[in-house]
Design a protein around this ligand. Sequence first.
Ligand SMILES: Nc1ncnc2c1ncn2[C@@H]1O[C@H](COP(=O)(O)OP(=O)(O)O)[C@@H](O)[C@H]1O
Ligand SMILES: N[C@@H](CCC(=O)OP(=O)(O)O)C(=O)O
Length: 256
Amino acid sequence: MSELTIIKVGTGVLTNSNDGTLDLASLVHLVSAIAGQVTTGHRCIFVSSGAVGAGVSSLGFTEYPQDMVTRQACAAIGQAKLMQTYSSLFANFDITIAQVLLIAADMATQKRAGYIYNTLHRLLEEPRILPIINENDSVAIKELRFGDNDMLAVRLAKLIGAKRVILLTSVDGLLHPETKELIPEVSDIDRAFAHVRGDKGRFSMGGMASKLKAIKFAVESGIETHIAHGRYPERIADIMAGKGISTRFAPASELH
Ligand SMILES: Nc1ncnc2c1ncn2[C@@H]1O[C@H](COP(=O)(O)OP(=O)(O)O)[C@@H](O)[C@H]1O
Ligand SMILES: N[C@@H](CCC(=O)OP(=O)(O)O)C(=O)O
């Protein structure tokens, strides 16, 4: 089987920042880019955030809810909306989606992790199936959570044996805090933390610090990781070919 890529997309790419509703134009663009990869034979798993953001507007909230129960309720509404949208958009490319919702406890033992591994590898044997993963927010209390989907994506990548992870977000990559210039390559992940600013997307959960924490886990596990702009998803193809616009974090195995 060919190498496997995990593509994760954050809430800010999928939703309108003013009200949290799904940004259909962005979704169409993204789906078309990912479908292009699947159609050319690249094996991909798609980790999609956006459930809470998409549910927020249905309940009339203007901010990401802080209390757990409301967030769980929003996720239940938004996840259904999200998958309904992906299902019809990917169908245009003759791709069927498969939903898998996970909590950290599902990876807590080798036996349980094995169930995830088996199901996903079985799905990946089918050339026109795309597994779409999210945290099972509606049932996950704090102690059972991955933290955010950046961490979910990298832990899944390690479990499933992925070669690379692409974290699609609302910026070109890691930017220098003063010059705002894109940092194309990072070989020392610990030093990258010095570049983090405090801001993040209005309906997003993690922010850049938690992204880097997840990336540290990935690179130390030997997985090449990128931060790239999800509103320019046509860049994915170039990133896969080793030449796209992104911040690339070299896997530890490459550095020694
Ligand atoms: N040095 C930096 N370079 C780029 N973005 C940064 C930096 N420091 C903080 N950020 C913020 O991190 C955000 C990305 O994280 P986040 O909002 O959680 O995205 P997502 O929802 O895609 O996971 C950027 O939109 C930006 O506001
Ligand atoms: N699982 C949550 C998203 C969690 C998360 O990590 O969000 P983000 O920082 O936007 O990638 C949801 O679907 O709303």
